[in-house]
Structures are given as C-alpha cells and as structure tokens.
Design a protein around this ligand. Structure first.
Ligand code: GRF
Length: 196
C-alpha cells in the first residue's frame, strides 16, 4: 500500500512509520510527506529519500484555497495513482472538504488522548488539568469534525504523580506511535477501507 503522511512538528511519529515501512516484510511504503510549514520532522523524510512538500496556510488567501493546495500537493506526491491511505501524524490543522472528498474513508489521524475525551489541539494538557488517572491515544478515521471520526484503535497510558504535559505526552507518544504503526500495517495488508 502507498501512503502519504502529513506532519506539523518534530515528526517522531513519522519516524516510527518510516522505520516500519523499511522493514523487509512491510505492507506499506511512504510515497510522500507533506507539512503545513517548515516542520523539523521533514528531516526524517529527506534522510529516507522520501519526496516532501510544504503547503503553508499563510501562502493562501483563504482556508479553502489552502485546502485545495493541500489536495493538489497530496495528488502531486502520490503520482498517477491515489494513495491508499493518508495518515495525519502530528498534523495540527483541520483538513477541509477538498482533501476529505479526494480520499473518502482513507484518511486517519492519531490523537494523544482517549477520544471522545479531550479532543482538539491540547488533549494532553486538558487531560492532565482534569486530573484523570488514565489517558492514552486514539487512532480515528478523519471526518469533517475535530477528532470526531470513527475510532479505529485506542491504548491506555497511566498518568504519573508529578507528570508535566511534556513527560505525559512523551509517555503517550511511545504508545501512540506503536499503535499507529499497527493500524497502518493492518490497513495496508487488508483491502482498502470502504469509503464511509
Ligand atoms: C503526537 O502526539 C500527535 O498525536 C500530536 O502531536 C504529537 C506529534 O508528535 N498531535 P511528533 O511531531 O510526531 O513528534
């Protein structure tokens, strides 16, 4: 299966997907990595000789224009065939109708909390502030909402005494990247998920 990965940050999740894709028995290959800015994580793609593209929101007058540019960049990276899967791995923007309609039922996202609890850009901070003892990570199928799509997988992570947002997030990320690799590998091996 041919996948495109979208990132915004350090790309440790992407790095785990790249390592998994390079395994001899891997069921998927990463054909492109796309960022919404000069994300440090792009270095992982370049080191693995994976084509990259950057589509900054600020380069476009409206969000709809940016969304269309994003869809075009995904198509460009994927070449003549559509990707089998588009994976949002630490991508901090909402994809819009142009991207969603081009890849129905084939966009997944990873979130560092147990959805539907603590959706949005600060799931780790919100869980910690709420005082939960157990949080975790979720892989969902992306729809038009904010972290509202069908839940594909979840794993629990304990909150430790004295945890900060950073220490908790790092502990979650270890579990999160393993779960995402498992989900991508199983989707890649199975027939394409049916459009919703
Ligand atoms: C992940 O926990 C992701 O769910 C969240 O931010 C983190 C991305 O980390 N949105 P990285 O950029 O893959 O290191």
């Amino acid at each position: 299966a041919r996948i495109i990965v979208l990132i915004s940050g350090t790309g440790s999740t992407l790095a785990a997907l790249i390592r998994a894709a390079q395994a001899p028995d891997s069921a998927f290959e990463i054909v492109g990595v796309l960022a919404d800015g000069d994300a440090p994580g792009l270095a992982h793609a370049r080191q693995a000789a994976i084509p990259t593209a950057v589509v900054p929101l600020r380069d476009h007058p409206t969000r709809a224009d940016w969304d269309r540019a994003l869809a075009a960049a995904i198509a460009e990276l994927s070449g003549r065939a559509l990707p089998d899967l588009v994976v949002l791995a630490g991508f901090m923007k909402l994809v819009g109708p142009a991207v969603l309609s081009a890849h129905p039922g084939r966009i997944i996202n990873t979130h560092p909390a147990l959805l539907p609890s603590f959706p949005g850009a600060h799931g780790v901070r919100d869980a910690l502030a709420h005082g939960v003892k157990i949080t975790g990570a979720t892989v969902i199928e992306v729809d038009a909402g904010i972290d509202t799509g069908r839940i594909l997988a979840q794993r629990a992570v304990e909150v430790h005494e004295g945890d900060t947002e950073e220490t908790l997030h790092e502990r979650i990320k270890v579990v999160e990247r393993e779960m995402l690799v498992d989900v991508v590998s199983s989707l890649a091996a199975a027939p394409a998920p049916q459009p919703a």
